[in-house]
Design a protein around this ligand. Sequence first.
Ligand SMILES: *[C@@H]1O[C@H](CO)[C@@H](O)[C@H](O)[C@H]1NC(C)=O
Ligand SMILES: *[C@@H]1O[C@H](CO)[C@@H](O)[C@H](O)[C@H]1NC(C)=O
Ligand SMILES: *[C@@H]1O[C@H](CO)[C@@H](O)[C@H](O)[C@H]1NC(C)=O
Ligand SMILES: *[C@@H]1O[C@H](CO)[C@@H](O)[C@H](O)[C@H]1NC(C)=O
Ligand SMILES: *[C@@H]1O[C@H](CO)[C@@H](O)[C@H](O)[C@H]1NC(C)=O
Ligand SMILES: *[C@@H]1O[C@H](CO)[C@@H](O)[C@H](O)[C@H]1NC(C)=O
Ligand SMILES: *[C@@H]1O[C@H](CO)[C@@H](O)[C@H](O)[C@H]1NC(C)=O
Ligand SMILES: *[C@@H]1O[C@H](CO)[C@@H](O)[C@H](O)[C@H]1NC(C)=O
Ligand SMILES: *[C@@H]1O[C@H](CO)[C@@H](O)[C@H](O)[C@H]1NC(C)=O
Ligand SMILES: *[C@@H]1O[C@H](CO)[C@@H](O)[C@H](O)[C@H]1NC(C)=O
Ligand SMILES: *[C@@H]1O[C@H](CO)[C@@H](O)[C@H](O)[C@H]1NC(C)=O
Length: 393
Amino acid sequence: MALGVMSLLCSFLAVLSIAMTATAGDEAALLAFKAHLSNGGLLASWNSSAGFCSWKGVTCSHRRPARVVALRLNATGLTGPLSPAIGNLTFLRTLDLGTNSLHGDIPASLGRLRRLQELYLGENSFSGTLPVNLSSCTSMTNMGLYNTKLSGRIPAELGEKLTALVAISLRNNSFTGPIPASLANLSRLQVLDLSNNQLVGSIPPGLGSIQSMRFFNLFGNNLSGMLPPSLYNWSLMGAFEVGYNKLHGNIPDDIGSKFPKLYYFGLGHNQFTGTIPSSISNISSLETIGLYHNGFSGYVPPTLGKLGALQTLYFADNKLEADDNDGWEFITSLANCSKLKTLELSINSFGGQLPGPIVNLSTTLRFLQVMNNRIFGSIPADIGNLVGLEVLG
Ligand SMILES: *[C@@H]1O[C@H](CO)[C@@H](O)[C@H](O)[C@H]1NC(C)=O
Ligand SMILES: *[C@@H]1O[C@H](CO)[C@@H](O)[C@H](O)[C@H]1NC(C)=O
Ligand SMILES: *[C@@H]1O[C@H](CO)[C@@H](O)[C@H](O)[C@H]1NC(C)=O
Ligand SMILES: *[C@@H]1O[C@H](CO)[C@@H](O)[C@H](O)[C@H]1NC(C)=O
Ligand SMILES: *[C@@H]1O[C@H](CO)[C@@H](O)[C@H](O)[C@H]1NC(C)=O
Ligand SMILES: *[C@@H]1O[C@H](CO)[C@@H](O)[C@H](O)[C@H]1NC(C)=O
Ligand SMILES: *[C@@H]1O[C@H](CO)[C@@H](O)[C@H](O)[C@H]1NC(C)=O
Ligand SMILES: *[C@@H]1O[C@H](CO)[C@@H](O)[C@H](O)[C@H]1NC(C)=O
Ligand SMILES: *[C@@H]1O[C@H](CO)[C@@H](O)[C@H](O)[C@H]1NC(C)=O
Ligand SMILES: *[C@@H]1O[C@H](CO)[C@@H](O)[C@H](O)[C@H]1NC(C)=O
Ligand SMILES: *[C@@H]1O[C@H](CO)[C@@H](O)[C@H](O)[C@H]1NC(C)=O
């Protein structure tokens, strides 16, 4: 009997001691995180007068022992390196240290956070490479590492292992090398933002199989080759931007039935050719079309006026045509777009007289440029109808 009580007590104490170790481990990890910061004093509430679950930015689980499940210190002025001890907070689901002045490497120990779902380290000064170990965070759904100074390649392991990913942004870093073809495995991905890096090579065609994709931004890299036609299979696509690369290809004639939810379409500053298909006028959600600095030719579709949500057309620096007989009809049509703000038609092969109906464009129009074309004659007297104009080139 006494022995039984003793052994029960012993195992109770053992459980308690494991629990206390885990808890003490979380507290020690938080204090190590604070100690690494050069201005850890900002975390004044992180002191022993209260349990760590009440510290600023710390959220604990309700289970016993309490474990840290979220650390949210976005935009709190933190400066210094990120302690590898963060990897000891093994119950962490959310780590948000975005918009601070953290620098140095992203610790590979973060790979120990198997429960981590959200990782926001963006708008900091982290340098070095993206640790391959992050691919061990297999619960990860959201990864925001934009506006830092990371370099090196995007590890292929991310695509092989982080299959729960819904959104990943590596925007505005210094990543080099190709886009790993393994990213095609991220079958739940909705947001892929790799813009403003130095990525090279071609866009993996397999990405087209990710049916959930709705925001795709590869702007400002050095990607080359043909834009894979498979990408036009994204039926949920909202914003599609591949500007400032070295891509080529045509816009498919049937684009109007491919991207029914598209509101932003950016192909600017590449080597695209062919005509602008008139079916584009069937994508009624379109707000912005950016085709500047490519080799597009032929007439602008005279049906663009069907796009009631249209605000911005950047068609500058192509080989688009019009003359007194044909090609200007799109201007009459655009008069139907009551939200039009920007119409940029410079550096093309538009010729003949400036069409009279240009004075009937929406008064919301702020920016109108038709410079460097072959247009002659007079400017329509009623151009003053465009009372919203701020720039007329
Ligand atoms: C983090 O965990 C490791 C391994 O369990 C341990 O050696 C280290 O002391 C811990 N660091 C802190 C600051 O708790
Ligand atoms: C310790 O934290 C509490 C809040 O948890 C705060 O009221 C107190 O001022 C802090 N003590 C010091 C010495 O910073
Ligand atoms: C972080 O803070 C900044 C600035 O207050 C804000 O713009 C941003 O949305 C926040 N990010 C997150 C993930 O909460
Ligand atoms: C990175 O992952 C490897 C393989 O899983 C592991 O051996 C290593 O300890 C990890 N590094 C850190 C710092 O956790
Ligand atoms: C890119 O990130 C840097 C910080 O690394 C920031 O200063 C800069 O404003 C960012 N640029 C853009 C376009 O977001
Ligand atoms: C997807 O991941 C599996 C391993 O999980 C790998 O064998 C396959 O090559 C990956 N697919 C691509 C396109 O990389
Ligand atoms: C693209 O590559 C060229 C050299 O081929 C280089 O001059 C340029 O800086 C690169 N651009 C980017 C955005 O990496
Ligand atoms: C687009 O998806 C369909 C099935 O939804 C498939 O048959 C077709 O091959 C895909 N096209 C491309 C270019 O991947
Ligand atoms: C646009 O859609 C209408 C109705 O769905 C269809 O009849 C027409 O052929 C389409 N136009 C183009 C150019 O694809
Ligand atoms: C004018 O715009 C509306 C949507 O705002 C659209 O339904 C209609 O078809 C357009 N008319 C013409 C002639 O393009
Ligand atoms: C502008 O629209 C008005 C009203 O619809 C129309 O009467 C006029 O002829 C149009 N002007 C031009 C130059 O097309």
